[in-house]
Design a protein around this ligand. Sequence first.
Ligand code: SF4
Ligand code: SF4
Length: 115
Amino acid sequence: MEIGAVIKHDIKKAPKTGDWRYMKPEVIKEKCVGCGACVKYCPEAVIETIDRKQLTIDHGKMSKVKGQILSNEVAQIDYYFCKGCGVCANVCPEKAIIMKKETECVKCGMEAERE
Ligand code: SF4
Ligand code: SF4
């Protein structure tokens, strides 16, 4: 993997890029190993890894997937700014991020048309 860097911008001055989103990334926390690759590559710098203890479902326990112990860190996405580009899903080595079509309008909350 090539080494990259993200320069965090002043998020308070940023436009609500989440309004542009057509596809929504979803982190499968049981698969995420907290490696941080998605954090480095997200062009909007809206992913961070947080302690699993902050997720109410896990209650801070170490998770296991096929015998592999996951780290205590797990990726979390700020959907207010996520524009749905899918870079995070592409770079995740564990395929722990899946892209789903938005089911409702990001701006008004109305249900979107389905195909
Ligand atoms: S879809 Fe794009 S903007 Fe959203 S979290 Fe992933 S890499 Fe960042
Ligand atoms: S979602 Fe994937 S790339 Fe991001 S921290 Fe988890 S395992 Fe790593």
